[in-house]
Design a binder for this molecule. Structure first.
Ligand SMILES: [Zn+2]
Ligand SMILES: [Zn+2]
Length: 572
């Protein structure tokens, strides 16, 4: 027996979800003729209501030049020639009848798709072979965005051949369609997880329209989001759903099925469609945060995505700009913590709990690393020189960040293994995110102090990672230097203040001359073709000497990171 299933065409699938929501089935395969009939009755009730047609309310939803035209231009309800008659009542009845006739014909063909086994023609939308009599010819008035191929339909026909089931399903698309954050752009979520897709259709489609009909208000798409931008609306929707249906939402990220938001217009003046893929990691993060702490989840949601309705116009603009860029970054899985820092008063918008989990789930930062940064950030915030240290962190140029972190090793806040772990070889640009995270911890800590709250410390237990080849080599060389160099203190001071590659080589050769290290150690530390590696290895070696070798230098002796040539490599 033929059955209903997802098609891969987002417009058809979103319609199927709304149809299934009205039929109250839990899988598409369950959908039979009687379910579809019941759903069609519901669709008629909503789209042909007085509140949809603009009878006795201030505006119309369907009908000439109305909101629904953006989805289906020139559909039966929008075609002025269908609104003919002597009295308003006659006009309405004619338009209603035209729509019902079309819908009934599609309903019959949809039933034939399910009842007849004959494999006559292939449906352009779902790819199934369907009986010839169950096919429709479709153009953009009833199938969004078919216009791109308007002059090139197969065989010079007047449209593409679509089966009755797909044609009928698309009729339900308005029940899955919403408005994006105060921009009047239409969008819908394409997910082949029926639990999610049907929930969206039920809550923002059927129930929303029912509320308007009951309250005798003109129908319009749901759009009461207190956020900004398309990406903002999409992430906001997931937060809202998580808040109301946490269990179902968790099932979605666990299923791993993709969710894509389609922002579209099927306007006669020219349609467009934009796909926004929602990464599963982002959904997993939001769901896990909500399990971890409802308050932290709310803080993150409101702090990063909400644009309150009561803001002054200029405040609203600034806030909307922030929400727009932060949500775009979230959808792209990018670093967001730096954008959420405000220094006066110190604050981390969204809260540390949320950011810590985002870093772990979306940015893929190891929990060990986060625990180190958290501990280090608290050391900075709680120290007597907090003010000076924070200013250094905020104003440091990229190439100075390695030196700052070495400074923390000298203070005993960071071991040489941890230094290596935070700034591993070949991890370009990582230092910038580390700075952001440290400041986030500092600001959150200061904020908690001011509010008399407890800092939400990670419960992660430190696991010692075994050193890799490079770190082991550094440790061996460091030990040889500590044991063999007659004046380790002065030698380290020279290495610390070296500003040019030549000088560093000179310091190393000195150690070779004293027999403290071998020539192959020298070649390892100062590879001829790779200046960047040389500076990096020097920093690892210094970290070892400060940490294990217990070398102490005067407070103001900060290691320089590289001469101008290297600085350029580092600040790309
Ligand atoms: Zn099938
Ligand atoms: Zn089809």
């Amino acid at each position: 027996m033929p059955h209903v299933h997802w098609t891969g065409n987002p417009f058809v699938d979103a319609g199927l979800a709304a149809l299934a929501a009205a039929a109250r089935v839990s899988t598409l395969e369950e959908l039979g003729a009687e379910h579809i009939e019941q759903a069609v009755k519901e669709l008629e009730r909503v789209l042909l209501s007085d509140q949809a047609l603009g009878i006795g309310v201030d505006k119309a939803f369907s009908g000439p030049k109305k909101a629904l035209r953006q989805v289906f231009p020139n559909s039966e309800l929008d075609n002025p020639s269908n609104w003919k008659g002597r009295t308003p009542k006659e006009k309405e009845d004619n338009a209603r009848r035209k729509f019902q006739d079309a819908l009934r014909s599609e309903l019959n063909k949809a039933k034939q798709c399910l009842e007849l086994e004959e494999a006559g023609e292939t449906c352009f939308a779902c790819g199934e072979r369907r009986p010839k009599i169950a096919m429709e010819t479709r153009r953009k008035d009833k199938m969004p965005l078919f216009e791109g191929i308007v002059n090139f339909y197969p065989g010079f026909s007047h449209g593409v051949r679509v089966c009755g089931l797909c044609s009928l399903a698309v009729r339900f698309l308005p029940l899955s369609t919403m408005l994006a954050g105060n921009q009047n752009r239409l969008w819908f979520l394409h997910s082949q997880h029926l639990g999610l897709a049907a929930t969206v259709a039920r809550r923002y489609g059927w129930e929303h329209f029912d509320r308007l009909i009951t309250g005798n208000k003109a129908l319009d798409f749901y759009g009461s989001w207190e956020t900004a931008g398309e990406a903002g609306t999409v992430v906001y929707l997931f937060c809202e759903l998580l808040n109301s249906f946490p269990d179902q939402l968790r099932a979605i990220y666990r299923s791993g099925l993709p969710s894509t938001a389609y922002v579209f217009s099927n306007d006669n003046r020219g349609g467009f469609v934009q796909a926004i893929h929602v990464p599963n990691e982002l959904l997993a993060f939001l769901a896990k945060l909500q399990i971890e702490s409802k308050n932290a989840f709310k803080d993150f949601w409101e702090g990063l995505l909400k644009v309150r309705g009561d803001l002054r116009e200029d405040e609203r603009k600034t806030r909307a700009g922030f929400v727009r860029s932060i949500s775009n970054r979230m959808i792209a899985g990018e670093n967001i913590v730096g954008m959420c820092l405000t220094s006066d008063p110190p604050n981390l918008q969204g809260g540390w709990l949320g950011h810590r989990l985002y870093l772990q789930e979306v940015r893929g930062m190891a929990p060990e690393k986060l625990a180190i940064l958290e501990r280090l950030g608290i050391s900075i915030a709680a120290s007597e020189d907090a003010k000076k240290l924070v200013t250094e962190l905020v104003t440091a140029q990229y190439h100075q960040l390695y030196g700052l972190l070495l400074g923390y090793v000298r203070k005993g806040w960071l071991s040489h293994q941890e230094f290596y772990f935070l700034l591993p070889p070949n991890a370009h640009k990582v230092a910038g995110e580390i700075r952001d995270v440290l400041l986030a911890v500092v600001y959150e800590w200061q904020h908690c102090q001011q509010e008399g709250k407890e800092f939400p410390r990670s419960t992660f237990d430190k696991a010692e990672a075994s050193p890799d080849e490079t770190l082991r080599r550094i440790q061996e060389i460091g030990r040889r230097l500590t044991n063999n160099l007659p004046n380790l203190q002065r030698w380290t001071k020279e290495l610390t203040s070296a500003r040019y590659a030549e000088r560093i080589r000179g310091v190393y050769l000195n150690a070779v001359r004293h027999g403290a290290v071998g020539f192959e150690d020298y070649v390892f530390l100062a590879p001829l073709q790779d200046q960047r590696a040389m500076w990096l290895l020097r920093d690892y070696l210094l970290a070892f000497l400060f940490d294990v070798g217990r070398v102490e230098l005067p407070e103001d002796e900060y290691p320089e990171f590289g001469a101008d040539e290297v600085r350029e490599i580092e600040t790309f």
